[in-house]
Design a protein around this ligand. Sequence first.
Ligand code: HEC
Length: 462
Amino acid sequence: MVPCGDGLRSTGMLVKGSIMRNSDSSRPRALLLVGLLVVAGSLCFSFVGSTADTRVMAAPPDAAAATLYDPDPKHLWNRLHCALHIPTVVDGDQDPPQYARQTIDPNDLDPFFWYPHHPYLLSGSAYREALALLDEFLDKQGEGLVKDSLKRALLQRDLWTLFDWAADPGWSNLGEKDRFVNERRELQTRLGRVIPRLALSAREIEQLPDNYAAAVKARRYPTEFDADRKTAAFLPADLWDPKGPWVLLGTSAGGHLAGDHVSFFGGRSTFLIFLRLPEGRDQTLKYLEQLSDWQRKRPKGDIPRDIPQFPANTQVALARRTVLLDDRGEIRPTPLTEQVQLRILHDPTSKDGVQTFLQFRLRREQLLEGQAGELSAVPDDEGEWDYLFNLGRTVIDRGFIRPIMASCGGCHGNAPGVRTMNSFARGSLRNEWDVTSLGDEERRIGAWKREQSSWKLLKEFR
Ligand code: HEC
C-alpha cells in the first residue's frame, strides 16, 4: 500500500488490494470481519452492506503520494492516478459509507468503479480536483511528460474507463439531481481530449510487453496442473498457443462469447474463454463435437441428464487483456494480460463437484518496474469492490470491498461440470460453442464496442 495525498487513517480498515489491519489490538475484530466477509462473499448476490466495519480518523497531513509513474510524487501523472484510483478505506459505520482518502493500492486494476452511478467524482473537492488535474494536463501538454509506451497505455486505459463511466446512458434514468449532467459533461470534454493525446501507434501497441509470457518464463508458479497438488496455483505455459492443449472458444450464435464480462467492462478489455480437457487438444476438440452433436439432437424441454460431461480435472480459463485507442482512433487489442481466472473441475459428474478457483492479476507496480511478479496469484484475503467482481450484479446500491476468491462459487457452483460453465449454461444450453482464433474473437469484441454510444461520443472529440 502506498499513501496517496492527504486524507484519513483508519483502524481495522478494509483496503482494496488486501484486507488489512494496522494494529494488533484490532486483530480479533479484524479476523471476525474477514470471517463475515467470507460468508457474505459465498452468498454472492445476497450481500448486505453491514459487514464492513471500520473506524476512520484523521491522517497526518504530510502523507506522500504514489510514485507509480515517476519517482516524484508530485508529478502530474502520479497526482492524476491518485485522483482516479480513489479511496480504499471504507467506513461502514456511516450511512452512506464514507470513502476515506488515505491509501491507494498501486496495483489496483481498475480505477474508480464502486458502483455505476456513484457521485464521488462529480461533486465536492474530488470533482474540482479531477477537473483541475485534467485542465493542467491539457494546458501543460501532460502527454509529453512521460514517453514510456507502457505508462501511456495504462493511463489511457484508466481515463477511458472514466470517460465511459461518465457517458453511460444509464445516468439518464436517474432523478434530476442525481444525473449530474453538467458535471459529467465537464469531465467528458476534458477526458475526450486527453485520451487521444496518450494514444500509441499500432506498432507501439504491438510491442507492449507480453506480461503473461514473462510471468510464465519467471517460473514463479508451476506451468501446468498437477493432479497430486490439486489446489496449487499454476499458470499454464501453453494457454495462448493456438495449436496447444487449450482450445479458444467462440459462439456459433454470432458475436463474442464472454458477453457479460465484455459488456460490464465496456469492451475496453477482451475476454477470452479457453477449455482444456486433461488429455489436451484432440480430446477437447472431440468433446466439443460430441457436445454440439448432442445439442442438435436433444429433445426440447428440461435439461436432459445425458449431456456429455467433462472428464475429471478438466480446466477452463477466462483471460482479460487490455484494449487501447490507437493514434488513428481505432480500437486495438494489446498483448497485455490484465487477469486470468482458472477453474479446475476435479469431479465434474457430481452436483457439488470439487473445484479449484484461481485468479492471476496484473500488478502495475511490478509491471512498470519490469519485474516478473507482474502477474501474480490472488490470495484468499485480497479484497476488491464487490461491484466489480460481481459484474455489477451486487444487489445493494453501494460498493464494499470483499474477498475476491470467495465470490467464484456463487456464480460457478451447484451444478455438475459443463453446466457450471456460464458461457455454456446460458440460454438453456442452446448456444453452441465453436472453436475460434484470437484475432477473430478480438475483432468481434471490437465490433461490439463500436456500436456503443460511449464510443460514438468519444469519437466526437477526435
Ligand atoms: C457475478 C458472477 C460471477 C462471479 C462472481 C465469477 N464469475 Fe466466472 N463467469 C461469470 C460469467 C457470466 C461467465 C461467462 C462469460 C461471460 O459471459 O462473460 C464466467 C466465466 C468464467 C470462466 C470461463 C468458463 C465459463 O464458466 O464460461 C472462468 C474460468 C471463470 N469464470 C472463473 C471464475 C473465477 C475463478 C471466479 C472467482 C475469482 C469467478 N469466475 C467469479 C460470472 C461470474
